[in-house]
Design a protein around this ligand. Structure first.
Ligand SMILES: Cc1cc2nc3c(=O)[nH]c(=O)nc-3n(C[C@H](O)[C@H](O)[C@H](O)COP(=O)(O)OP(=O)(O)OC[C@H]3O[C@@H](n4cnc5c(N)ncnc54)[C@H](O)[C@@H]3O)c2cc1C
Length: 400
């Protein structure tokens, strides 16, 4: 779908993370030009990995940037390999041989910065304005006016808030609603592959689950690095910042008594990052007039289904199609986007939430029942509603 207008609408995207850049990319593909206002002085992502599931991979293919990502992505062969904390016994695992046949694309693990770079490659030159911290959004009938920290202002016909979990645009839309602390914190670390034990270098997305904690690792960056992310109860002093750190001793102490292979991997890591995980309930609505939200600004989710970035890219694909199809009525287009996206993202928020409790059960009857159900499950098929989803197809079906 492509549109051509003598007078293009002025579309402002607040936030140049994965979701905001994807919005500019999909809008560009639909013939619509957007300006992305990013607060940071340069585009970048923290040193950490993410799982790119088939529903995300499909959209990158459509953007024409998948080949570029595959130069550094790792094609995972075993997905969601759940292991017991104390002895590493495999409780269940997805054999991803069937992934492409079932869902049309493979699953990869990638460095976040690599994903950001390839999405950036899909947006028109000059679309991003850096060092533009949006402080306020005045919403009017025909658009909105953005005010930035440097005192400048920009009027836009359509505003897309892709400014993450502390979104300024969200606050302007629905009023102040600070996210609550989840009681959990996340550690992250990267280990050069040559220093990691063999089992961590396998083409596997591995999750160790145990009392109050779980830990995930997989290779990224063409197999050169092992990404580790771990979850534990948060103490009072843990802050919500991807740049906050803990000591390696604190990290190791959280996994005292766990399988020695896992501890060997942690020993090989440098100073870990540590931050508090925030929580927000699903919103009933996130579009008003010509202003809407996308990605974590609209529906932040616990990372336990590895879907946050994927959902922000799905949002971007659907939003671009809705706007391009109905430029005469942008408010209606934004409502239609919201109605296509709301139920799916709220469901993923809910299942991600439930998994926190399940992953962290103390040993006992409930844990044994969980392990038995993991053993009997086929997660690749059970998660088909997530992986087999084609966001653009969903928009087309909704418009029939
Ligand atoms: C530990 C962990 C592991 C994860 N693993 C996965 C995974 O495996 N797979 C997956 O799909 N997802 C994963 N996610 C989720 C994913 O990282 C997020 O959902 C995704 O990054 C959200 O993208 P976003 O663009 O909506 O928001 P963000 O990435 O938060 O980007 C927001 C951008 O807006 C900018 N900004 C903020 N405020 C302003 C302002 N006022 N003015 C201008 N700019 C502003 C910020 O600087 C930032 O660049 C994980 C998340 C965590 C925490």
């Amino acid at each position: 779908m492509s549109v051509s207008f003598a007078h293009q609408p002025r579309i402002a995207v607040v936030g140049g993370g994965i979701g905001g850049l994807a919005a500019a990319a999909f809008l560009g593909r639909a013939g619509l030009r957007a300006t992305v206002y990013e607060q940071a002085p340069e585009l970048g992502e923290v040193g950490a990995g993410l799982v790119a599931s088939p529903n995300l991979v499909l959209l990158l293919r459509r953007l024409g940037v998948l080949d570029r990502l595959l130069e550094c992505a790792v094609p995972i062969e075993v997905g969601w390999e759940f292991r017991r904390w104390e002895d590493g016994r495999v409780l269940s695992a997805e054999n991803l041989d069937a992934c492409e046949r079932l869902y049309g694309e493979r699953t990869y693990t990638v460095h976040r910065a690599d994903l950001l770079n390839v999405v950036q490659a899909a947006i028109p030159e000059g679309s991003v304005r850096l060092g533009m911290r949006c402080l306020a959004v005045e919403i009017g009938d025909d658009g909105a006016v953005l005010t930035f920290a440097d005192g400048s202002r920009a009027a836009a016909d359509v505003v897309i808030g892709a400014d993450g979990v502390h979104s300024t645009v969200r606050a302007a839309l629905i009023g102040p609603s600070p996210a609550t602390f989840s009681g959990l914190c996340a550690f992250r670390a990267l280990v050069p592959a040559e220093r990691a034990p063999d089992f961590a270098r396998r083409l596997a997305h591995t999750l160790w689950i145990g009392p109050d904690h779980h830990l995930v690792h997989y290779p990224i960056s063409a197999g050169k690095m092992i990404n580790i992310v771990a979850f534990a109860p948060a103490g009072q002093d843990v802050v919500e910042s991807w740049s906050a750190t803990a000591t390696k001793e604190e990290f190791l102490a959280e996994f005292e008594g766990w399988d020695p292979r896992l501890r060997e991997l942690l020993h090989a890591s440098g100073t870990p990052g540590r931050w508090a995980l925030l929580d927000r309930a699903p919103l009933e609505r996130w579009s008003r007039g010509r202003v809407t939200l996308l990605g974590d600004a609209a529906h932040p989710m616990f990372p336990f289904f590895a879907q946050g970035a994927a959902q922000s890219i799905e949002d971007a694909a659907v939003l671009a199609r809705c706007l391009a199809a109905d430029l005469a009525d942008p408010s209606g287009a934004l409502l239609r986007y919201q109605s296509i996206r709301r139920e799916r993202t709220a469901r993923i928020q809910a299942v991600s939430h439930q998994r926190a409790d399940l992953n962290h059960l103390a040993d006992g009857p409930e844990q044994q029942a969980r392990d038995a159900s993991l053993r009997d499950s086929d997660p690749l098929a059970a998660n088909g509603w997530i992986y087999g989803y084609d966001a653009e197809q969903a928009e087309m079906e909704a418009s029939r």
